[in-house]
Write a protein that binds this ligand. Sequence first.
Ligand code: MEV
Length: 428
Amino acid sequence: MTDTSVSGLYRQTMDKRRESVKAFGGLADEDIDAIYSMNGLPRDLADRMIENVIGAIQVPVGVATNFVVNGKERLVPMAIEEPSVVAAASNAARMTKAKGGFHAQATRPVMVGQIQVTGVPDPHSAAQRVMAESQKLIEMCNSTNPTLVKVGGGALGLAARVIDTIRGSMVIVEIEVDCRDAMGANTVNTMAETIAPLVESLAGGKVRLRIITNLAVKRLARAWAVFDRELLGGEEIVEGILDAYAFAEADRFRCTTHNKGIMNGVTAIALATGNDTRAIEAGAHSYAARNGPYESLTKYSKDAGGDLVGSIELPIAAGTLGGAASTHPAAKAAIKLLGVRTAQELAEVMASVGLAQNLAALRALAAEGINKGHMKLHSRNLAVLAGATPDMLDEVVGRLGSEHRVTFDRVSEIVKEIKSARAGRPGA
Ligand code: MEV
């Protein structure tokens, strides 16, 4: 494990921080420039990415520190508009670093495509006729992407089942495709569309939808870690975290927010690396409800020494190749900074950050509450809105101290006081 040259990033200026991160990640000037998204997304590239382009919106990219995943230290780029998320992840990662960090494992990157066949007279025999031709159908799928097959991926299997719907029975044919380092939607959709005519003639009905499912149950990422009891704040905090976890397991209103906190981390990496955040979100929440009730994506217990053991399991359909991950300069630089060589490695880091994010939220909620962390950045933003100049910001935060009343009115009052004190000062 290399020690990091990046400790204390939060005390550095943005320029110095960018130099530290560049050195740590072995980035070139153009990589770090690309991450500063002012230059990161050229106009003509933006114009080709979606339709009717009029501009691009910028979201800050921060780096989470202290992450050791499977023994390797990583700096984690996170694109997110919400304060405290990056700090919270870094803080949680620190609490497990001395205990070995995160252990993570991702399954083979297998996605599933669905073909819907309607109006089939005898759906069960139709499903059997399709299954009998699986080998041929798989070969047809693979003929659409020889490169994928050459690198060890491709269609692996096919199944057909009958479902009952409000519009009668339907045959659903599903193909399993190892997408290697791509997210895989284009690959899988192309395969589904290619075999649809043969499926239709075998089944004897009408093919309607041919599309990937985002409930990626064959593409799971898991991580677990031991969090040090003393670094967490002692036994009482550990008990508080376990109570918070029990609350989430028992109540779907709380559980939704609990899982949202996990996705703060997972989605922020997905966005920074040019991945489809909506696909990952949809898959995660659907997976949380796979047993019926909506459940926590994380689990917690206490080990014999009183340390907290946390684990996470969720589907992560994220790629390091294809789509914006291959075209957006800032996303490419973020993947380079992360140092992941495969989509599986990326998913392992994402699961670890999801666990860290959840642990950090539960710890804060069980201890001082969530507002304290938010308030420092929030009060600086309010102060700017209230007319403070940059040299006043530290003073505003200092004066607010431990006040719970961080409202725009209160911050405006303080800014006014500072201004009049400075105006009355000789030489001011
Ligand atoms: C806020 O973005 C996320 C939290 O609400 C998560 C949670 O409550 O567990 C703090």
